[in-house]
Ligand binder design. Structure first.
Ligand code: PMP
Length: 361
């Protein structure tokens, strides 16, 4: 019964919730830590929580289908017009909308090997053909990706930084790549982790929107802003592109509470700064700690690291789980020996490193 593109698909495998793992291994959920879904370990912003409480009576009504207040706030922050923005139920929603709005059976969508799993899923689901370009040093090879564009290509997805590797392509490289892509091909710069990038060498796709009318930048409130569970992401593009993707978007794809919290958290500068600092220190802690255990880590600028366990990572994953530490095997991304470990609080990172030492010895 399934459409042709859907027949060959496997569902995206999210990390298991703590309660489910606790039941499986017979541990108290309070003794389990989850470093598996690249979430913010700080807990929610107090300002976001206050906004949710305040907005709660509104839940009997549909949300503002155009997300007026959130878009206005984002537009101010980004220095673009509100008509350049498209809200999504998480940025996954934006990525899916883009695929539906621009690709179709008989056309091609280009993405990298070891890149974010949603790209092949949204491509195949609509019956378009995915073109996976080999990676270099676990990261995107933008030269090869530009070479892979044909007259059938409609969309190119670039995760910068990439999940699950944490690799990034620096500004110059991204700019040269954009210059090489024909104007009738949509380029999605997926910047889900951009808030963690501190430094002039990193690209901020928004600066190029006026030069490249085929560019869409996607971002999210799920990572540094700490609102994964509310599901809010957004696309930034020319007004013409935003008009096309807004035609495909479901009218109420971001909820009342999600819009309120996302709008409020944008004012919580202290929260963002703390998130960035905790992540910077945690990345260092994990990288050094795994290094001391003799394990290679892919150099990461995001809020997770891919660590080479030197063996079948599923076994290490299961052993860590029995120690109450949930991380993510990434065999489905073509990395069967690696585990992806999200940055947690200092004590959580330490517990993960200790558990790794124990299970590998
Ligand atoms: N892009 C990348 C590269 C990601 O890693 C993720 C989260 N796993 C997303 C997009 C989607 O996140 P969300 O739908 O929560 O915004």
């Amino acid at each position: 019964l399934a459409a042709r593109g859907v027949q060959g698909l496997s569902p995206y495998q999210p990390g298991k919730p703590i309660e489910e793992v606790a039941r499986e291994i017979g541990l108290d959920p309070a003794n389990i830590i989850k470093l598996a879904s690249n979430e913010n370990p700080l807990g929610p912003s107090e300002q976001a929580l206050a906004a949710i409480r305040e907005a709660f009576p509104e839940v009997t009504r549909y949300p503002d289908g155009n997300g007026f207040h959130l878009k206005q706030k984002l537009a101010e922050r980004l220095g673009v017009g509100s008509d350049c923005l498209t809200l999504g139920n998480g940025s996954n929603d934006v990525l899916e909308i883009v695929a539906r709005a621009f690709a179709e059976p008989g056309t091609e969508v280009v993405y990298s090997e070891h890149a974010f799993a949603i790209y092949p899923i949204v491509t195949q689901a609509i019956g378009a053909t995915g073109v996976q370009v080999p990676a270099v040093d676990w990261g995107h090879d933008l030269y090869a990706m530009a070479d892979a564009v044909t007259e059938r290509t409609r969309v190119v997805f670039v995760a910068n930084p990439n999940n699950p590797t944490g690799t990034v392509v620096e500004k110059e490289g991204v700019y040269r790549f954009l210059k090489r892509i024909p104007e009738n091909v949509i380029v999605v710069l997926d910047e889900a982790y951009c808030e963690y990038l501190q430094g002039p060498e990193y690209a901020d796709g928004v600066q190029w929107l006026s030069e490249f009318p085929n560019l869409i930048v996607s971002r999210t409130f799920s990572k540094a802003w700490g609102l994964s569970g509310l599901r809010v992401g957004y696309g930034i593009s020319s007004p013409e592109i935003a008009d096309v993707i807004n035609r495909v978007r479901q009218p109420f794809n971001t909820g009342v509470l999600a819009q309120a919290a996302a709008t409020a958290v944008l004012d919580d500068h202290a929260y963002l700064e703390r998130a960035i600092e905790v992540n910077r220190a945690g990345l260092e802690q994990l990288r050094d700690g795994f290094g001391r255990l003799g394990l290679d880590v892919v150099p990461s600028v995001a809020n997770f690291v891919a660590v080479d366990t030197g063996r079948d990572a599923n076994e290490v994953h299961n052993a860590l789980m029995r120690e109450g530490v949930i991380v993510r095997p990434i065999g489905a991304y073509g990395m069967p020996r690696h585990l992806r470990v999200s940055v947690g609080l200092e004590s959580e990172n330490r517990r993960c490193l200790d558990a790794m030492e124990k299970v590998l010895s």
